[in-house]
Ligand binder design. Structure first.
Ligand code: GDP
Ligand code: MG
Length: 218
C-alpha cells in the first residue's frame, strides 16, 4: 500500500431488486446506470443478472449497490423468497406507454412486501420508475395519478425515466440510496467499525459490472 494519505472509508453494500413486467426496460436501466450506455439490441441472459454500481456517497462513505435484475423470469409475475432475501431496496419499473404494466407494478410491489421487510417490519424502500418517457413525453393525467398510486402502494417516490435518453436514472438511484441510508440506522457500533475499511486511495469513480447468471428455484 503506497502513499501516506490513508483515508477512512465506510463501505455500505445494499442489495437492490429491479422488478417489473417484461419489456418495461429493467435491463436497459441497469445497463444505463452501471455502464452509462443504452443498446437496443441488449439482451440480458436468462436467470438473474447482477450489476454492481459504486457511488462515492460522501467524503467518508462508499456505497455499493448490488442490482438484481430478473432476466426472463418476469413471466412468473412473482419471485421466490430466496430471490428477495436480504434485499434492502427495490426499483419497480413500468412502461409509460403500456398502462397494464402500471397495474402490474402494484402486484410486483405486493409480492415484494409479502416476501421481504426490514427488521423493523416496515417495507423495504422502493422507488417507482415510469420508464420510456422519451416516447410520449409528459403525460399529465398519468403524472397526477402517480402520487396517489405511490401512497396507496407504499412507494417512497417515483420518477419519470428514460434509459434511452438517460433521464432521471442517476437521480432515482440517489433517491433510493438516501431512503436506504435512512432505514439503515440500526447498525451497532461494532458493526459500524467492522464496516469501516482502510484504503490508501479513493475508489475509482468508474463502475464495473459483474454479470453472471443464477436461476433460483421457483
Ligand atoms: P426488460 O425486459 O424489462 O429488461 O426490458 P429491456 O431493458 O430488455 O427493454 C425492452 C425494450 O424496451 C428494448 O427494446 C429496449 O431497447 C426498450 N427500452 C428500454 N428502455 C427504454 C427507454 O427508456 N426508452 C425507449 N424508447 N425504449 C426503451
Ligand atoms: Mg431484462
Amino acid at each position: 500500500m503506497a502513499g501516506s494519505s490513508a483515508t477512512l472509508w465506510m463501505e455500505k453494500l445494499f442489495k437492490v431488486l429491479v422488478i417489473g413486467d417484461q419489456g418495461v426496460g429493467k435491463s436497459s436501466i441497469v445497463l444505463r446506470y452501471v455502464n452509462k450506455r443504452f443498446d437496443e439490441r441488449y439482451k440480458a441472459s436468462i436467470g438473474v443478472d447482477f450489476g454492481l454500481k459504486t457511488i462515492e456517497w460522501d467524503r467518508q462513505t462508499v456505497v455499493r449497490l448490488q442490482l438484481w435484475d430478473i432476466a426472463g423470469q418476469e413471466r412468473f409475475k412473482k419471485m421466490s423468497r430466496v430471490y428477495y432475501r436480504g434485499a434492502m431496496g427495490a426499483v419497480v419499473v413500468f412502461d409509460m406507454t403500456n398502462s397494464s404494466t402500471l397495474e402490474a407494478a402494484a402486484e410486483w410491489k405486493q409480492d415484494l412486501d409479502s416476501k421481504v421487510s426490514l427488521d423493523s417490519g416496515r417495507p423495504v424502500p422502493a422507488v417507482l420508475l415510469a420508464n420510456k418517457c422519451d416516447i410520449i413525453g409528459r403525460d399529465r393525467d398519468l403524472v397526477s395519478s402517480l402520487d396517489g398510486f405511490c401512497k396507496d402502494n407504499s412507494f417512497a417516490g417515483w420518477f419519470e425515466t428514460s434509459a434511452k435518453d438517460n433521464i432521471n436514472i442517476d437521480e432515482a438511484g440517489a433517491f433510493l440510496v438516501k431512503q436506504m441510508m435512512l432505514c439503515d440506522t440500526s447498525l451497532s457500533a461494532e458493526e459500524y467499525h467492522r464496516d469501516v475499511i482502510k484504503v490508501s486511495q479513493a475508489p475509482e469513480e468508474s463502475q464495473s459490472q459483474s454479470l453472471c447468471c443464477w436461476s433460483p428455484r421457483l
